[in-house]
Design a protein around this ligand. Structure first.
Ligand SMILES: [Zn+2]
Length: 140
């Protein structure tokens, strides 16, 4: 996609690369956007706007690379865990409409006050049991 910042970055080979694989790449976010030392983005090489429309190959390739990056964070950075974050679709809060996973290392001493996890709670009410509704859709 011509106006996609991540597609441009991949095409122009302009990033602080962490890993390049056949179908997915990992790179550092802009320094002002990093929320922990080592915070890394993992994206498919092929443009897709999020998990809602991604092809299985892109989900698989990025998931495998997320795991590789996370394990490297534990091995080389001294991280004790990771938070893996994605936002897809309208009202999700995503900043770039190209599927991307934030892999955020967590370190001993990181408190809940710096959790990158969403702190708010939606007040939206669903008509019915939401998990039964999801399960019904998936059993079609
Ligand atoms: Zn793109």
């Amino acid at each position: 996609m011509s106006n996609c910042v991540f597609c441009a970055l991949i095409a122009e080979d302009e990033a602080v690369w962490v890993a390049k694989r056949a179908d997915a790449v990992a790179f550092a976010p802009l320094s002002q956007d990093a929320i922990a030392a080592g915070h890394t983005l993992v994206v498919p090489r092929r443009h897709c706007d999020g998990v809602l429309t991604a092809e299985d190959l892109d989900l698989t390739a990025t998931s495998v690379l997320v795991r590789e990056v996370a394990l490297a964070m534990l091995e080389r950075l001294g991280a004790t865990g990771v938070c893996v974050l994605n936002a897809s679709g309208a009202n999700s809060g995503r900043s770039v409409e190209h599927l991307h996973w934030h892999v955020v290392p967590r370190y001993e001493g990181d408190g809940e006050e710096c959790l990158p996890w969403p702190g708010g709670r939606s007040l939206h009410q669903v008509n019915g049991d939401p998990h039964q509704l999801i399960a019904a859709q998936l059993s079609k």
